[in-house]
Design a protein around this ligand. Structure first.
Ligand code: ADP
Length: 627
């Protein structure tokens, strides 16, 4: 006995819908939707699917198939008096068991997500097919739905499924002569308009024009849809039609940003129609993303959806189709992965996409960059072979560019002759970066510094060491120490290597801050700020990458560099000379350190700082009152 209760009556057995389906139905039936017409797209898409499967069955078996010579096609009929609409196909059909399972339970997960989106916006109804419940969109227009089907084996029997959407459906054996499925919709009073030839034809043209099987309306022999896949056509297709196709493959309701068409004959034959979206989706950003937007066809027959191997991962936002005559029909996933053909196609289309990006008008490209720059950066850090090309596409903000983005190539062009390296600074955000004391020196010498504020930037600079012969250099790290021979160093004993007499003021500060910093030094890289914190030479990118990779990351200690010409440091030094034990020195030392940590966003615990600032305020106020 199945889970859902069953009882036999004259119309066969009655079953309950799976709870999720019933929820979908309740919402579909009770809400009013603007674009109710999409039900037809969904039913046609199911039919096309069944026809496609039938074609594959015919490839594989020749014997004992019902109606082996019948045309693979879809017919839409209507009855204005009865207010019915019927969509029938000559596809694989369904057996008793199949109809009961397929139209009563959900094979795919994600229904809850769909329901949630539907609650948020009625427009989400457009996505119904994507969530594997497309069939139920019939209840948007129908008060009762009857599905009659007969599966393709010669000895199959006809079955009938019936429901009014209120909790239950019935399944019974019936006589049905032909192979395939017909969905009969008993239209609601306010959806009678759909029993109309003109209306139906326009909907079919709008949504299903390129469905690869003939669609006919009523008993007219005329085929309504173009059938030939859009990627096989060139001249006759309008932008609007391309955009509609993009909508179907991407489920993105904005227009695409850019369209690329390819028709390649050698060394392998393939056609491709690719779209770059205007807007990224939240899903694309995650590493869990599986909904790759490319479909792989072989001679117009879909062999793989969400084809992952056709493009490098960082181009996962590209939608479209690739169709090759050089591919076998029954390519399994494993085979695809190693298939040389796929690799060659991938190479050609990847190269072409990057070429196209170079050709796009700069203003337009910059808008797109705001959405998709992060993917290009991902490519720069992952795709060694195309790194140079991708770096041409890199746009950056700099210490001089205000909020404008400029090309890395332009940055290099603008470098003064004396500047040998590409200077950059990594940080939490642009405002923080712009205020950074590390920039002071470069402002003074009039050199431009690239400001990297996205997490992915650390990965970029970790992988990219140079561009156009210029090395990348982080400006927040200690100048490299002159090269030391490590073996020699070990030979020297500690006593012999006794540090040169250090400035007693620095030594004192270092003692105070011992647990918090690696070392303290004077620097001439500062003009306005009393101090800065630098990473040990060559560690900047790596420490930041660690920060993003490791949940329990504890910030690395840094080297404190102080500005000997800053009045604060001068005064602190004279206080130290007068009264080395003054507690104010300690307060100031910690405050200097934590001010920097706070500005950089790396201050771990602000409680001490608050106490300290209160103390300082009290002292300042005390002095004022006394004077
Ligand atoms: P999806 O098509 O996304 O799986 P649907 O709710 O639209 O979800 O359909 C559920 C299932 O019912 C389909 O997967 C298919 O197995 C079956 N089905 C629907 N329509 C037809 C049809 N015209 N011919 C054969 N099977 C069909």
């Amino acid at each position: 006995m199945p889970l859902n209760s069953s009882k036999k009556d004259s119309k066969g057995r009655t079953f309950k819908f799976q709870a999720e389906i019933q929820r979908v139905l309740d919402i579909l039936i009770n809400r009013l939707y603007k674009n109710r017409e999409i039900f037809l797209r969904e039913l046609i898409s199911n039919s096309a699917d069944a026809l496609h499967r039938m074609r594959i069955v015919q490839f594989e078996t020749k014997d004992s198939i019902l109606d082996p010579d019948i045309e693979l096609g879809i017919k839409i009929t209507f009855d204005e008096n009865e207010n019915t609409l019927t969509i029938s196909d000559t596809g694989v059909g369904m057996s008793y068991q199949e109809i009961k399972t397929n139209l009563g339970t959900i094979a795919q997960s994600g229904t809850l997500e769909f329901l949630q989106q539907l609650e948020e916006s009625p427009d989400a109804i457009n996505l119904i097919g994507q969530f594997g419940v497309g069939f139920y969109s019939s209840f948007i227009v129908a008060k009762e739905v009857v599905v009659r089907s007969r599966s393709y084996p010669e000895d199959s029997r006809g079955v009938e499924w019936r429901s009014d959407g209120s909790g239950k459906f019935s399944v019974a054996y019936v006589d049905k002569a032909d192979r395939g499925t017909e969905v009969i919709l008993y239209l609601k009073d306010d959806t009678k308009e759909f029993a109309n030839r003109f209306k139906l034809e326009s909907i079919v043209k709008k949504y299903s024009d390129f469905v690869g099987f003939p669609i006919r309306i009523a008993d007219d022999d005329q085929i309504v849809n173009r059938q030939v896949p859009i990627w096989y056509q060139s001249d006759e297709v309008t932008d609007e039609e391309f955009n509609e196709f993009y909508r179907q493959v991407s489920l993105d309701w904005t227009e695409p940003f850019h369209r690329i068409q390819l028709n390649v004959d050698a060394p392998i034959q393939f056609r491709a129609l690719l779209f770059l979206p205007k807007q990224r989706s939240r899903m694309m950003m995650t590493s869990m993303y599986q909904d790759y937007g490319l479909r792989l066809y072989s001679k117009k027959i879909l062999v793989q959806e969400k084809a992952k191997d056709l493009l490098p991962e960082y181009l996962r936002f590209v939608f479209g189709v690739v169709d090759s005559e050089d591919l076998p029909l029954n390519v399994s996933r494993e085979v695809i992965q190693v298939d040389r053909t796929i690799r060659r196609i991938s190479k050609v289309i990847t190269g072409r996409i990057l070429d196209e990006l170079e050709k796009i008008d700069e203003d337009k490209y910059l808008e797109w960059w705001e959405q998709f720059g992060v993917f290009i950066k991902e490519g720069i850090s992952q795709d060694e072979k195309r790194r140079k090309k991708l770096l041409n596409q890199l746009r950056v903000r700099t210490s001089k560019s205000e909020d404008q983005l400029i090309a890395l190539t332009k940055y290099v062009e603008q470098m003064p002759d004396v500047q040998e390296e590409i200077l950059f600074l990594l940080g939490e955000s642009l405002p923080i970066l712009k205020r950074s004391p590390h920039l002071e020196h470069y402002r003074k010498v009039d050199q431009e510094v690239i400001l990297f504020s996205e997490p992915i930037d650390s990965f970029v600079v970790m992988h990219v060491t140079e561009f156009q012969g210029k090395k990348f250099k982080a400006i927040d790290q200690a100048e490299a120490e002159p090269f030391k021979d490590e073996d020699k160093e070990e030979e020297e004993t500690k006593e012999e290597k006794e540090e040169p007499e250090k400035d007693p003021f620095l030594t004192h500060l270092k003692e105070i801050l011992e647990d918090r910093i690696i070392d303290i030094k004077y620097t001439d890289f500062l003009t306005d700020s009393p101090c800065r914190l630098v990473n040990p030479s060559g560690t900047t990118a790596f420490t930041r990458v660690l920060k993003y990779m490791d949940e329990n990351y504890v910030p690395q200690k840094k080297i404190m560099e102080i500005n000997p010409d800053h009045s604060l440091i001068i005064n602190l030094n004279s206080l130290f000379e007068k009264d080395p034990e003054s507690p104010l020195i300690q307060i100031c030392a910690f405050q200097l350190l934590e001010n920097q940590e706070l500005a950089e966003g790396s201050l771990q615990d602000p409680t001490d700082m608050i106490k300290r600032v209160n103390q300082l305020m009290q002292q300042a106020l005390g002095i004022n009152r006394n004077s």
